[in-house]
Design a protein. Structure first.
Length: 421
């Protein structure tokens, strides 16, 4: 009998593999060799069973052709002649091939785990039974069942597993790692849960995966999320991923990255590849990145980001807020406003927090911090570090020969450079 869990009948995938299949006349049809999910129709229902016997053509039974199911046996509600011949279908997810022993991402626990077994819930209707994937087993009980599969009776295996610590993940918290982008599209397996993870968490998990799996994940993400993840990855892995991407996809991702991050990435690629990607990017974004590539990476110019918020020091607090609402800045990184005077020269900075607490009519020039600190693009990274340390900065403005702001270096840039030094 299938095991009970909270009043629900459950079956392990390992108990179904090799199960004897009988038709409605009690004739032996064969043994279950594989079973499939059709995600486009129902993301967790076992939709088809592959049944084979000797040299006969393998057959496939639909979920609504199954009358009973138990460990080691399934009974059909149709005759053998009503079954279709098996034909491979890339839209199906094979439980044994695509799940068992495969690495998956536990999106709730934010970690990579290996599937040892799959727990199936038995749902009974008037005419048939359905099996639904409830959770995947990533602990010792599943590993033991795999080891004893076909060797010990299911009843003995269930008794032994009760003494082992359980470790499983509900199916809705599982994200499959599919290296083949074409297959992923056909399966229609959503990667929305991956996009909900923090880029740093996803990048950390990707470092545990194979090159093909990393490639598959990046190819599945939208360009904005992929850009954030690549910015968190080790430079060596980032270079490997981008080199293998379709140039158009890679350029779209680079376009979503901050110019300094895109420049750092392109600097590590072969010149021919770098130029090809720059050609694919829009002219304005490509020119920004090209300008940054002209600087030595170990200088302030090589560290700076050319996308920053600057306003006139003669603006009022309310005027600046109204302008900001119409812009497309990354609000999570908008920490400080750069000020310019009537000659477009750098005149100071204002922390966003101070600006928000000011009166609506307060001028930005009245809110700027002291002292006035800036740096030229040819200054060494050592000089940058010293200024951040001396004045406890969160952002440093980079100015050109005419004292106009051309970029900023943030504390995140400094930390990243120090960590990777």
């Amino acid at each position: 009998m299938p095991r009970e869990k909270g009043g629900t009948e459950m079956l392990f995938a390992t108990e179904l593999v090799g199960a004897s299949a009988y038709d409605s006349q009690e004739h032996f049809v064969g043994r279950v060799r594989e079973f499939f999910v059709e995600p486009a129709e129902q993301p967790n229902r076992i939709s088809h069973f592959l049944i084979s016997r000797g040299r006969f053509q393998p057959l496939v039974a639909r979920y609504d052709q199954v009358a009973k199911v138990a460990a080691g046996r399934i009974d059909l509600n149709v005759s053998e002649r009503a079954l279709d011949a098996y034909r491979p279908n890339e839209a199906w997810l094979a439980v044994q091939k695509d799940l068992m022993d495969q690495q998956i991402i536990d999106t709730e626990g934010r970690k990579v785990v290996r599937v040892n077994d799959v727990d199936l819930t038995i749902i009974r209707t008037n005419q048939h039974v359905e099996l639904r994937i409830a959770q995947v087993d990533v602990g010792l009980p599943g590993a033991m069942r795999r080891l004893l599969q076909g060797i010990a009776p299911p009843a003995l295996v269930r008794k032994l597993q009760g003494k082992l610590p359980q470790r499983s993940i509900r199916w809705e918290f599982v994200n499959l790692i599919e290296p083949d982008p074409l297959r992923r599209v056909k399966l229609r397996i959503t990667h929305e849960k991956l996009e909900d993870l923090h880029p740093a968490d996803l990048a950390e998990m990707m470092e545990e995966l194979s090159a093909a799996e990393r490639q598959g994940i990046i190819a599945s993400l939208d360009e904005e999320t992929a850009a954030k993840v690549l910015a968190e990855l080790d430079e060596r892995l980032t270079t490997q991923i981008v080199e293998k991407l379709d140039p158009e996809k890679a350029a779209d991702i680079l376009e979503e990255m901050a110019p300094d991050a895109a420049a750092d990435l392109l600097a590590d690629l072969p010149k021919e590849t770098s130029e090809e990607l720059l050609e694919e990017m829009p002219n304005l974004e490509a020119e920004e990145v090209r300008e940054l590539l002209s600087y030595d990476p170990s200088t302030a110019g090589g560290m700076m980001n050319t996308q920053f918020a600057y306003v006139s020091e003669a603006s009022s607090r309310d005027e600046v807020l109204g302008w900001l609402r119409k812009q497309d800045f990354n609000l999570e990184q908008l920490d400080t406003m750069v000020l310019v005077d009537a000659h477009a020269q750098f005149s100071g900075t204002v922390p966003v927090a101070r600006m928000l607490l000011a009166a609506p009519e307060q001028l930005m020039s009245d809110l700027k911090t002291e002292p006035l600190v800036s740096i030229t693009p040819d200054a060494s990274e050592k000089d940058v570090f010293e200024l951040f340390d001396k004045y406890n900065l969160r952002m440093l403005t980079v100015i050109d020969e005419e004292k106009r702001p051309i970029g900023t270096v943030t504390v995140d840039d400094v930390v990243s450079r120090l960590v990777n030094a």
